[in-house]
Write a protein that binds this ligand. Structure first.
Ligand code: SF4
Ligand code: SF4
Length: 84
């Protein structure tokens, strides 16, 4: 959710098909808002997921993740731009 001042609260997005299900992000998250999902991704791993609430945007999960592009953190105030 966003307004003119950007995102009202931080959020994290997992690119499921880049995730190897290593759980490092889950262990790193102080808010315990990440979990391993039950379904498989295209590589055959259970991907990480976000509960949808409680992310503070601290970035610990991002820095722990060994897979480039698997996890993106959007801090509070981030303004999402539409690409034409
Ligand atoms: S940014 Fe911080 S609070 Fe948000 S999911 Fe990652 S580790 Fe958890
Ligand atoms: S640390 Fe990265 S690769 Fe590992 S479960 Fe989390 S998002 Fe997936």
């Amino acid at each position: 959710m966003a307004d003119d001042n950007g995102l009202i609260k931080a959020k994290v997005v997992v690119n499921e098909d880049e995730c190897k299900g290593c759980e490092l992000c889950i262990s790193a998250c102080p808010e315990k808002v990440l979990f391993l999902q039950k379904h498989f991704n295209r590589l055959g791993y259970h991907p990480a997921g976000y509960t949808g609430d409680g992310c503070t945007g601290c970035g610990y999960c991002f820095y722990q993740c060994p897979e480039p592009g698997a996890i993106t953190v959007f801090k509070k105030g981030y303004i999402e731009m539409e690409v034409c």
